[in-house]
Design a protein around this ligand. Structure first.
Ligand SMILES: Nc1nc2c(ncn2[C@@H]2O[C@H](COP(=O)(O)OP(=O)(O)OP(=O)(O)O)[C@@H](O)[C@H]2O)c(=O)[nH]1
Ligand SMILES: [Mg+2]
Length: 447
């Protein structure tokens, strides 16, 4: 039985936002994440109010904030007649309960909001299982709270205990059992996925993964590069499932790209954990295309949040292209240029594009080409004069630099993936040195 909790409440439910500024923290940070929280809350169909900004001097065990501030927020919530209070910072299970008792309102944190968005948008079996697992892990220490939510959904009153307490014990065992079930169901789905991947890896073409902050335009870029119709939407977490497509047919040698879930600041750890299998597509990719919203005011922090998740996945050192998207919205190219330098994006790995107008997309393709070429060393093959089938295979599965008819046969210089290289190894004459690979290509000589 699925315990997946899809939030049930009326659209337009009012929610008071509370942002927390930590000691020694730049106020801009909580302002930004507060703006983001507003978008997240909107994405759920709630109507955000506030925010109330709270300065944290010393974390308070009961309310996170001092009790004076807590009472002030409680009064504000009553004045604004909000049904929900949403914290930008994580609340411990007991803090969450204390807030609910104090305010007689549903009190949630950013993590729960993100989990709810994921729950709403999960479409595939795998995504649904992953979200449910993340939810169960999040709810386990908060069962009293989850019960509050569930009873509310069923039309019950919040805060009524007693009978609920017994139910909580039962839920705990149920939830633990469900976590076990979910883990094993996920293992099964994942092994099917591994089989499919093996089949795909059998096709010897390079794979790249599009990564980046949510709403940066990853899916939009994917659409252009692969001439496909993946979903694009102006809201956080439009994409939850990994989609893999071939690069456009004009791309010689071929490559596949995977579009996947976006990252965000303060992503719930349970979600990263649960989505590791989807993100695994990123882990097996040979290169990454990091899409950055060039029109965002928060480029640096979005960049850092993305890099942090990539580090968590242990792929931060994978060859990476930096694609600054939405340049149609950028007037000040100078500031953007400065950002690329500050973020240490190597110019030979950086592109400026608009997935909307198509500007700069050629350059992205060119950079992908270069990256693939660098990754696969140039090899020299000698084929019998009648083996055009093999040369055609090379054209499909590699990047042919030159082709020359000699007395001995057809000599071909090409960059090929390790897989294609393996298949053609019987015809290989040599592999050029690393220096030659990166230097200017020499004219071919016969023999
Ligand atoms: N003006 C402009 N808008 C863009 C551009 N690229 C994408 N967008 C818009 O930005 C929004 C988000 O685009 P998506 O491609 O869905 O972004 P994403 O990175 O896949 O987002 P998630 O899947 O939610 O993480 C959509 O409204 C797009 O139409 C661009 O180059 N210029
Ligand atoms: Mg997307």
């Amino acid at each position: 039985m699925s315990l997946l909790h899809t939030p049930g409440y009326d659209a337009g439910t009012r929610a008071l936002l509370v942002t927390v500024q930590h000691p020694n923290e730049d106020p801009a940070v909580s302002e930004e994440t507060g703006e983001e929280l507003r978008e997240l809350v909107r994405a759920l169909g709630l109507s955000p109010k506030g925010p109330v900004r709270a300065k944290l001097r010393e974390p308070n065990a009961r309310f996170l904030l001092g009790s004076g501030k807590a009472h002030e927020i409680s009064e504000r919530a009553a004045d604004l007649e909000v049904e929900w209070i949403v914290f930008d910072d994580p609340l411990s299970p007991s803090q969450q309960r204390n807030w609910e008792r104090l305010t007689q309102r549903v009190v949630v944190d950013r993590q729960e909001i993100i989990l709810d968005i994921f729950a709403r948008h999960a479409r595939t079996t795998e995504a649904k299982l992953q979200v449910e697992l993340a939810q169960m892990q999040y709810y386990l220490p908060r069962l009293a709270h989850a019960w509050t939510h569930l009873s509310r959904q069923k039309g019950g009153r919040r805060g009524t205990r007693g009978e609920g307490e017994k139910q909580i014990e039962l839920d705990r065992r149920q939830v633990l059992r469900r976590i076990q079930e979910l883990r094993s169901e996920l293992r099964e789905v994942q092994s099917q996925r591994a089989t499919m991947r093996k089949r795909r890896v059998g096709i010897p073409i390079p794979t790249g993964s599009i990564v980046g902050y949510t709403n940066a335009g990853k899916s939009s870029l994917m659409r252009i590069l692969t001439e496909s119709d993946v979903r694009v939407a102006n809201r956080p977490f439009a994409t939850l499932d990994a989609t893999t497509r071939r690069l456009s047919s004009q791309f010689e040698g071929g490559a596949v790209l995977t579009d996947t879930v976006g990252f965000i600041q303060k992503l719930p750890p349970a979600l990263i954990d649960a989505f590791k299998s989807t993100l695994e597509e990123t882990v097996i990719a040979q290169f990454l295309i990091h899409v950055i919203d060039a029109a965002s005011r928060n480029i640096d922090r979005q960049f850092a949040a993305t890099t942090e998740v990539l580090e968590e996945l242990e792929v931060a050192d994978r060859p990476r292209l930096f694609v600054f998207n939405k340049i149609d919205l950028v007037e000040d190219r100078f500031t953007l240029q400065a950002a690329t330098e500050r973020l240490e994006c190597p110019p030979e790995r950086t592109a400026f594009v608009s997935a909307k107008t198509g500007e700069g997309v050629e350059r992205v393709l060119e950079l992908i080409r270069q990256l693939i070429d660098e990754q696969s060393a140039e090899s020299v093959y000698l084929f019998p004069a009648d083996r055009y089938d093999l040369i055609a295979y090379l054209h499909r599965n590699g990047h042919v630099v030159s082709e020359e008819h000699t007395d001995a046969g057809i000599e071909v210089h090409a960059h090929v993936s390790p897989e294609a290289g393996g298949r053609l190894s019987a015809y290989k004459l040599r592999r050029t040195s690393v220096a030659a690979e990166h230097g200017p290509r020499r004219p071919m000589t016969a023999g």
